[in-house]
Design a protein around this ligand. Sequence first.
Ligand SMILES: Cc1ncc(C[n+]2csc(CCOP(=O)(O)OP(=O)(O)O)c2C)c(N)n1
Ligand SMILES: [Mg+2]
Length: 426
Amino acid sequence: MPIGCLVVRAAFRAMTTGKPGSAHLAFPFNVQKEQVSESEIWCQAETGKFPAWRFAPDPDAVMRAAEALASARCPVFICGGGVVISGAQQELALLAEALGAVVATTISGQGCLSEDHPLCLGVVGSNGGTPTTLAAIEDADLVVFVGCRAGSVTTERWRHPRIGAAIIHIDVDPMVISANYPTEVALVGDAKLTLKAIADELRTNQNLHISRGASIVARAKGEKFAAFRELARRADVPILPERVVAVLHDILPRDAVVVCDPGTPCPYFSAYYEFVESGRHFISNRAHGALGFAMSASVGAHFGRPGTKIVAIMGDGSFGLTVGEMETIVRYRVPVMMVVFSNSVYGWIKAGQKTGYDSRYFSVDFSRTDHASVAQSFGIRAWRVADPAQLRPALAAAAEASGPTLVDVIAQPLQDAAAPVSEWVA
Ligand SMILES: Cc1ncc(C[n+]2csc(CCOP(=O)(O)OP(=O)(O)O)c2C)c(N)n1
Ligand SMILES: [Mg+2]
């Protein structure tokens, strides 16, 4: 059997089973030149989508998790990207509603619950969390991690929740569970099946305590968005990131997909852009957080979901790393809308040097590029906005145009901003 066919088939299994994700194939020259007949190229049908095969957790663990949840005074779910990958949005909503429990998310977990759901707290952690959302985690007497690594950013380096707090952990990957927290109940399984199994178990529980999650969320979000709106309506020059988020939220369709680079985009959109449709509408490359991701990823998002408005939000550092991809965007007429936070600085790193190194700045400032002109040279319609009054008309025109567009926003440098970042990992 030709080795190439085996490897492609293995890649489909790797992408769609266990912890679904991308796969990378590297073919030696002799394999590339191998003769194969069409009948030898096939994949198991289930591996054409993810998760290909779901598996359920140990029923005994389900029972213990249900008991712990039923008696908790104030349980909080912290949901990661695994919930969205599993397509467990409805099961999560039903379980949270049965318990009256708060649902917080990681950056990748956005979309596990619609953000206008009364139990949806939004993003927590050092990148996109705020003091008021943090308080809700602090008040929990039971934390349920779902499809989430309980990593340093989400937990603010394992301080929230603290080590020793009561933890239930649900994940398809057993290597994730109890890696960072001693865990009361471990459930190894698909999020959709597991959440449903717990909800089924709770249905017969006579002592179910219903928590006041909705009022906790209302207070936390009320305070967070009051402070945000105050800044978003200001007409400061350079333009505040809050204003950009608010205007885009106003003008983009409900089902738009927003792809964010590191730097200013990720924390600002995680904290303040409310995704009111559940499912995958926010994409950011966590883990490595490589600059230059959003422009290329937005092209992938377009082909994955053609007909949907796709918006790439970039830093100017990211723009510099990936600008050549504009040729591809033009050649294929990919109708993505790009927005650049032009602040002439590696803002995230400068903010880290400001707080962590006593403002001793090194190698973080660079000169201003006219990103709109660069885009125009590639053949992309572009606007440059320095005046806050021009922001809405420019973004609206770019959003309405049919081909690729770019809006270059002269923006407040991140190290000077009221960013929703509690700790700069820099
Ligand atoms: C490829 C790569 N190199 C370096 C880093 C480290 N890093 C994280 S944020 C950042 C600065 C981002 O600058 P910019 O894109 O201008 O966004 P800003 O913070 O100014 O909004 C850097 C260098 C990274 N994440 N990826
Ligand atoms: Mg920058």
